[in-house]
Design a protein around this ligand. Structure first.
Ligand SMILES: [Fe+2]
Length: 532
């Protein structure tokens, strides 16, 4: 069975192709359109379809549009209700519902040859759930979905068994942990539905001294769902304008909401585990990009394993919708092999020289390397395919990278580490951690050795690099280790302020041209700035 999955309506338009149960390709439209997140999550932009991503996915799979058996759309207008009846103040929401209802026609216009009769609406949270359990190594698993909103809900707790989803609980709007976190993001002067990870970073600078107020407003209800009452943000801390400097009070507010989110997520996960008696938990929905909360679930929820879909945000519903429909049709599904489901400009000569000599030497001498190799990543993290690399041994590199990327100085950068060496340096979070979705404690004797990647609270968000899965990146790490004694590199995404990650070679050249980066390692070529 050949299924094209499409996500379009809220955030992060994306497409994916699943053929005979195998995930062949998946990509976000922003990587093609060069507009971060594709479009703003506002109703009047909801028409924008992932046209280029869908065409590319079909090409990659060697399919014509006429070969498809089904096209999924990860929102079911039959489940939607007027915004006012959901308690939402969103006067244009009906536009979304109109666009969703007309999606089959729009898709057949955008992708000529597509039969509108093949489009199947998949409930938004069923699509998220599919992206978690059905893409994971063990598809029979519990699944917890938490996001801003779907048709009428913001949460789903369920169990997949034999490709069928049983829903145990679903929290109805307006209660939403995702919207709560988005509101805080906006209150702190950041871009909502985009910059939530900045709030998580800011939280580690604060003390959760507003926790009591939040515990009164936001709590699990004992029946699998939760209450998220309206928070009067200005009464807690004055809001910030975009770009305005934050104070310790703002960090305290971020810390309080972050802590409360973790507590409620733990309650929800424990309820689900009690209900299902399951041992494996899978997560999706934008809230599941919260590494700190995920790590607490790993440690404290009682599940033996926690697996998080790397494209946990709405982009992942393209894949999850396709998997959900394939599973319902009885297809035997293969777990996704990795997050590298996007475009590549590979070249067999690539591996040989490059970099194995020049790149580690440049990094050891405190140069910064723009790294463009293989297929681009699905999900928001650069995982060694579209990355900016630097030496973690020099504390000043954090500031340099934030300067290059035009980011706030409180933002951390993350380490990548050879998988075989991870356990001696990083503790507490799960290992291996190939998708950078958990935080780990940095061993005390390593904190001074890799200061650029150690967060203020002694943690780091680690990506482990396995030589079997990522031979080229692992070879660079090994060579860097030989030169410096550090099996760790700084890895941040290859983009500049406010722009999506670099995807094609032209983007890479533009980024190299506009940022003070020492080298660009692109395919088999090495572009060097004078002096390097
Ligand atoms: Fe969602």
């Amino acid at each position: 069975m050949k299924v094209l999955g499409v996500n379009a309506l809220f955030h992060d338009p994306a497409a994916a192709v699943v053929v005979d149960g195998v995930t062949v390709a998946a990509a976000e439209e922003e990587r093609f359109s060069r507009r971060k997140h594709g479009h703003r999550p506002v109703p009047f932009a909801a028409w924008e379809l992932p046209e280029q991503a869908a065409r590319w996915c079909l090409d990659r799979a060697g399919l014509e549009i006429g070969d498809l058996d089904a096209v999924t759309y990860s929102f079911d207008p039959a489940l939607a209700r007027p915004a006012e009846s959901l308690g939402l103040n969103d006067p244009w929401d009906h536009l979304r519902q109109t666009y969703a209802r007309e999606a089959p026609g729009f898709l057949s216009t955008a992708l000529p040859g597509l039969d509108p009769g093949q489009v199947r609406f998949v409930a938004h949270h069923a699509a998220h759930a599919g992206s978690a359990a059905l893409a994971s190594p063990h598809p029979d698993a519990d699944v917890l979905v938490l996001d801003g909103r779907g048709e009428c809900a913001s949460h789903l707790a369920g169990t997949y068994a034999g490709g069928r989803l049983t829903v145990h609980a679903a929290q109805q709007l307006p209660h939403s942990l995702g919207l709560l976190y988005e509101e805080l993001t906006e209150h702190l002067g950041f871009l909502r539905s985009s910059d939530e990870y900045k709030v998580m970073a800011l939280a580690s600078y604060g003390e959760p001294r507003f926790l009591d107020e939040l515990r009164g407003l936001v709590r699990a209800d004992g029946a699998g769902g939760f209450v998220a009452g309206r928070v009067d943000w200005p009464s807690l801390v004055k809001g910030l304008e975009p770009g305005e400097d934050w104070t310790p009070e703002h960090a305290d507010l971020a810390a309080s909401v972050q802590r409360r989110l973790e507590e409620v997520m733990l309650d929800l996960a424990r309820w689900l585990r009690d209900r299902s008696q399951g041992t494996r938990l899978t997560l999706a929905g934008g809230v599941a990009l919260n590494c700190v909360a995920n790590t607490r679930l790993h440690e404290e929820s009682g599940y033996d394993e926690v697996w998080v879909q790397p494209a946990a945000g709405d982009a992942g519903t393209a894949l999850g919708g396709a998997l959900h429909v394939a599973a319902a049709a009885g297809e035997d599904l293969q777990p996704m092999g990795g997050a590298d489901l996007g475009r590549e400009w590979s070249d067999d000569e690539i591996v040989e020289t490059l970099r194995l000599a020049q790149v580690p030497r440049c990094l050891a001498a405190d140069g910064m390397v723009a790294w463009f190799q293989g297929r681009s990543e699905y999900g928001p993290r650069a995982l060694g395919h579209r990355s900016l690399l630097a030496n973690p041994g020099n504390a000043a590199n954090l500031e340099r990278l934030n300067d290059v990327k035009g980011r706030e100085q409180f933002r951390p950068v993350a380490p990548m580490v050879l998988a075989g060496r991870a356990a001696e340096i990083f503790a507490r979070g799960p290992l291996p951690s190939p998708y950078m979705l958990f935080v780990h404690d940095v061993a005390p004797d390593w904190r001074e050795r890799i200061p650029a990647v150690v967060h203020v609270d002694g943690t780091a968000r680690v990506q482990t690099v396995d030589p079997v899965d990522e031979p080229l990146m692992a070879a660079v790490l090994e060579a860097f280790d030989r030169l410096t004694g550090l099996p760790v590199l700084v890895n941040t995404s290859l983009n500049t302020a406010g722009r999506p990650m670099v995807d094609d070679p032209r983007d890479a050249l533009e980024c190299f041209g506009s940022a003070p980066v020492s080298m660009l390692a692109i395919g088999p070529c090495l572009v060097r700035r004078p002096g390097w």
